[in-house]
Design a protein around this ligand. Sequence first.
Ligand SMILES: Nc1ncnc2c1ncn2[C@@H]1O[C@H](COP(=O)(O)OP(=O)(O)OP(=O)(O)O)[C@@H](O)[C@H]1O
Ligand SMILES: [Mg+2]
Length: 303
Amino acid sequence: MSNYLIETNGLIKSFGNFKAVNGIDLKVPKGEIYGFLGPNGAGKSTTIRMLLGLIKPTQGMVQLFGRPLKSNRLDILKKVGSMVESPSYYGHLSAYENLNITRKILELPKSEVDRVLQVVRLTEVKDKLVKKFSLGMKQRLGIAQALLGNPELLLLDEPTNGLDPSGIHEIRDLIKRLPFETGMTVLVSSHILSEVELIADQVGVIQKGEMIFQGTLQDLRVKGSSTLIIDANPMERALVHIEQMGYTVQVRDGRLYIPEQTVDPAEMNKKLVMNNISVRHLSEHRDTLEEIFLSITREDLKR
Ligand SMILES: Nc1ncnc2c1ncn2[C@@H]1O[C@H](COP(=O)(O)OP(=O)(O)OP(=O)(O)O)[C@@H](O)[C@H]1O
Ligand SMILES: [Mg+2]
């Protein structure tokens, strides 16, 4: 058996002749937190829906716990908790009553409702009607529902949607604890890298239905580039010298930019000074993870 708790092969979902998901090979290791990233419309929710058997793949295969979802659906889904996009509730019932309905369907003890309310910190408002809940409270209720029965696999589609910064922080801490405390495997989707950056072991980046990166955050970081930024006087002569050294230079806002090349900053400084060029500023800019993410997904909104 493979070590992946979720594995898909060439997963495709077409709506008419539009491919919302186009050949995804998802590989989520057991006991880890996997950040499923992509801009709006990339195909995250569609993929997650296929993982849950809520919609049928047009082509390709989904394996959960090393078994094809198609032939073991009910058995497998007993071990999976999920929240996909905005969860739906009975607004005229309280949080407790909503959870209790799901609890009964799953044939779990009553104590489970109290436990999950506690985990998402909704115990104090458990008797309030859900229609009076704020967006953040509804989001927590969705997570509580997903946690009922302590599933081995948790799929959360944009769980921090609509939360304020402290809410985001709290949910992040909550998700981070799960693999440690319960051995749970978690897939969490987001369109913001920084939301999963602090908790994910692995990330998959999807854009226009295709996986454009899958691996560790460290592997993603390596994809970034660095730029040397120089402010020198006289600039014209600096420009000529740097070009003579064989580098490509761009001039922007009165500064020189040497992109995507391995330049030793100390060596560069020395050469310019030796040629009677004074260097007022010299710095190296490394792409942040967010910049790398944005640059590989920049095409997104054209779809
Ligand atoms: N039932 C459907 N019929 C037709 N097109 C659909 C359907 N569901 C999704 N799509 C399209 O598939 C693409 C992917 O949608 P999906 O909801 O999976 O994106 P997403 O990554 O979850 O985006 P977001 O970050 O906005 O939630 C979009 O272009 C969307 O319009
Ligand atoms: Mg979505």
